[in-house]
Ligand binder design. Structure first.
Ligand code: SIN
Length: 483
């Protein structure tokens, strides 16, 4: 791998301040051509328990440092990530496939989370509460929850690690990261920079290996007091069940099936531009991608014509390392087969392809950006998360019909709508059963905003001042006999 700083490409795990290798390894390949990039250790129960012990031993020291000292280490980590932005993005594109420009923007987002929480570290305020009994005073203290585990996905190999670990570390917790085995090198590069930033041994750890074996230690251990996971609803449900014996705190950022409504009074050109940017970001592989296009009858033809034209003219599919391409490969063959199945199902029930529709032959998991018309609620594509570059379009007549179509999903992560009517903006936002609503925008993620969902999209919030709360215990102190 061609890097300015080759030491960022680590093929070992990072436990207790030391780099650990293993005879058993997992091979990592480039989804754009199948080339082997390298391998990482296939660690198991023993090494994960070792990481939990190390994180537990590091906790008293790290949690008792002043917030300012923790903040300084986080700021050094932030600065190193910014300095090495291009190498980190290159590593990500090689293992994940997204275009380099998107990888750079993800690294900037990861850095922004770290910077934000480095600042929040110093603002973990408690409360005093007026007491209802004579001679007593109530004080509320906030304390770090303890050792935290973060199980992170392949679609955002760096930003999800930053979004979970930065608030934990800022609060005074120690962390064990289990990255996806498909994209571990981004995690290792962040660990290398965490080491250079000066986190004490055991504060930040990364383990790779079989998900079930490592996951069972992290969920079962009574010493791990919090688990944060981003990934599928099916796996989130299993993790929640497995955490029940040790009764740990849990944050789950799970699937989404974001509706994208265009009302008759919308700015259609803005809606089309955002529809393309949101649907095809990371080739459709984000849980907040616009996934179901719900367009008012009176602007349906205009929207569809402009949307199809933009997809055909603006999107270029190919290896993300080549700057001409803004659509990389899907992560693996399962992802390709899943969207093929959804398209087949939709066509068999009356949908029509306006553009795209097929995998691209040759090396790599490439798929044509696709627009499907005449889509009905009985089709799989409107029920299952898509996670690929396919845009299903339907129409509606009344506002309440659009809201009902949007809410007709087990997911409740992100929703978007376009309208120039301020009253409608409030009304529809309040009616949508979603944790995040974009009004005249389809780009919601920000370190300053609370990211998270309702219904089967998960529990808890990441980013913003609310993101800190997930890593803090509330302790109430009552002082009596104050005379
Ligand atoms: C995701 O979690 O899939 C989206 C993350 C983001 O938009 O930053």
């Amino acid at each position: 791998m061609k890097l300015c700083d080759p030491a960022l490409f680590r093929q070992e795990c990072y436990i207790n301040g030391r780099w650990i290798s293993s005879r058993k390894t997992i091979v990592v390949t480039d989804p754009s051509d199948g080339a082997v990039l390298g391998s990482v250790p296939a660690l198991g129960r023993d090494e994960t328990e070792q990481a939990v012990r190390g994180a537990g031993e590091a906790f008293p020291l790290w949690s008792r440092l002043t917030a300012k000292k923790r903040s300084l280490v986080l700021k050094r980590w932030h600065a190193l990530i910014c300095e090495n932005e291009n190498d980190l993005a290159y590593i990500m594109t090689c293992e994940q496939g997204k275009p380099l420009s998107e990888a750079v923007s993800e690294i900037q987002s990861a850095a922004a989370y770290i910077e934000w929480f480095a600042e929040e570290a110093k603002r973990v305020y408690g409360d005093t509460i007026p007491m209802s009994q004579e001679g007593k005073r109530i004080i509320v203290l906030k304390e770090p929850v303890g050792v935290c585990a973060a199980i992170t996905p392949w679609n955002f190999p760096s930003a999800m690690i930053a979004r979970k670990t930065a608030p934990a570390l800022a609060a005074g917790c120690t962390v064990i990261v289990k990255p996806s085995e498909l994209t571990p090198f981004s995690a290792m590069a962040l660990a290398e920079l965490a080491d250079r930033a000066g986190f004490p041994p055991g504060v930040f750890n990364v383990v790779t290996g079989p998900a079930e074996e490592i996951g069972s230690v992290l969920t079962g251990s009574v010493d791990v007091r919090k688990l944060s996971f981003s990934g599928s609803t099916a796996v989130g449900r299993l993790l929640m069940r497995d955490c029940s014996d040790s009764l740990k705190r849990i944050s789950l950022e799970l699937g989404g099936h974001a509706p994208f409504i265009v009302f008759e009074d919308a700015d259609i050109d803005a809606a089309v531009a955002d529809a393309v940017a949101s649907k095809f970001r990371n080739s459709g592989q984000t849980c907040v991608c616009a996934n179901r296009f719900i367009i008012h009858d009176s602007v349906y033809t205009e929207f569809v014509e402009k949307f199809v034209q933009a997809v055909e003219q603006q999107l270029s599919v190919g290896p993300g390392r080549i700057s001409d391409h803004n659509q990389g490969p899907l992560i693996d063959m399962d992802a390709v087969e899943k969207i093929e199945d959804q398209i087949r199902d939709a066509l068999s029930k009356g949908a029509r392809i306006a553009t795209g529709g097929s995998r691209i032959p040759g090396k790599g998991y490439f798929f044509e950006p696709t627009v499907l018309l005449n889509v009905l609620p009985t089709m799989k594509i409107l029920r299952e998360e898509t996670f690929g570059p396919v845009a299903p379009v339907s129409s509606f007549t009344t506002e309440s019909e659009a809201v009902a179509m949007a809410n007709d999903s087990e997911y409740g992560l992100a929703a978007y709508f376009y309208s120039r009517d301020v009253a409608r903006a409030w009304r529809v936002t309040e009616l949508l059963e979603y944790g995040m609503v974009g009004v005249n925008t389809a780009r919601l993620s920000s370190e300053a905003a609370p990211f998270g969902g309702m219904k089967k999209s998960g529990l808890g919030r990441e980013g913003s001042k609310y993101g800190m709360d997930e890593y803090l215990e509330i302790k109430y102190m009552c002082i009596g006999r104050v005379s």
